[in-house]
Ligand binder design. Structure first.
Ligand code: BDR
Ligand code: CA
Length: 314
């Protein structure tokens, strides 16, 4: 089996934890390392959570590199109302004994990419600060990146604002640079991730798996599910597991539907800063299509994939 060399860039985060779990459970991925960024919570918390999840799920050997503590040009917005004060739905996993790499995320990503014998795929499921810094400081590495699968944006909707999705809204300058980089992009924005929800019954089924991975999902979903049910961001039949979508789309494209578009990040709009303006037109568009935008998925198979993944872990 040929594997996909993968770097995960995360701001762990309830749904980031599930994305990590899914990648760990699928041998199609060769995980080179995980980089962390500030977003859902401050960098110390997202890094702590990433280490804790890896150790709890029995994969302490995977290197973790801490990255940017703040966006490029604006103060950090976090999301304690969605992910809790600790970022993991206020569930306390055992304190990790493993530590981050001595080198920062950009240095580690550079080393992981340079020492890989094949082009590397990046799944970026937090603000794009680390990825933009990497592309800016090492532009020669672009040809060694197979593609960047992003949880971020939305062609037709926002959550942090009416038209801006959280990961892009937190660091729009970084996102703009990544979308303009010329690296092949797979965008899994709110168009599809709001359809990637887990119902109360789905969450109970995670607990019923009977191992620590299933129980961890059920536990961390509790606070997150209540937030989704509160209606603050509109009514959904469950909680959206956004970040698992791009990871799954890399190995199960048959479960997803998308279209190519020219996507650009707005920086200057009074009401639209951080909006991913997506132009699907064939004629009259502003520039060549730079992104494959995922718009739909088979939700039930998506959830089953996550549950099967949890069942394969400890
Ligand atoms: C994104 O924002 C974060 O809260 C989630 O982890 C996800 O990456 C959804 O807008
Ligand atoms: Ca995230």
């Amino acid at each position: 089996m040929s594997t996909i060399p993968l770097i995960l860039d995360v701001d762990t985060g309830v749904d980031d934890a599930v994305a990590i779990l899914y990648a760990l459970a699928n041998p199609q991925f060769e995980i080179l390392g995980i980089s962390t960024v500030a977003g859902n919570q401050t960098l110390d918390k997202t890094t702590h959570n990433t280490l804790a999840v890896l150790e709890y799920l029995g994969r302490p050997e995977i290197p973790v590199a801490a990255g940017a503590a703040a966006p490029w040009m604006q103060p950090l917005h976090t999301a304690p109302q969605v992910h809790g004060e600790n970022g993991l739905g206020n569930v306390e996993l055992p304190a990790p004994t493993i530590r981050p790499q001595p080198e920062d995320a950009v240095g580690c990503m550079r080393r992981w990419i340079e020492s890989c014998d094949r082009p590397v795929t990046i799944a970026a499921v937090g603000p794009l600060t680390n990825i933009a810094l990497l592309l800016k400081s090492c532009p020669n590495l672009k040809s060694r990146i197979e593609r960047i699968a992003i949880m971020g944006g939305g062609a037709f909707r926002g959550n942090a604002s009416p038209v801006s999705e959280f990961n892009i809204y937190v660091d729009p300058e970084a996102a703009r640079m990544v979308f303009a980089s010329g690296v092949p992009l797979l965008m899994c924005g709110l168009d599809v991730t709001m359809k990637a929800y887990a119902t109360k019954e789905d969450i109970d089924a995670f607990a019923a798996i009977g191992n620590r991975a299933g129980q961890m999902c059920a536990d961390i979903f509790r606070f997150y599910y209540d937030f989704h049910m509160s209606g603050v961001r509109g009514k959904l039949p469950g909680c959206a597991i956004h970040d698992a979508v791009p990871v799954m789309a890399l190995i199960h494209p048959e479960l997803f539907h998308g279209e190519d578009a020219y996507v650009e990040v707005d920086l200057d709009g009074v009401y639209t800063r951080g909006c991913t303006a997506a132009d699907f037109r064939d004629r009259g568009r502003l520039a060549d299509k730079n992104t494959h935008v995922i718009l739909d998925l088979d939700r039930e198979t998506f959830i089953r994939q996550l549950q099967d993944a949890a069942a394969r872990l400890c």
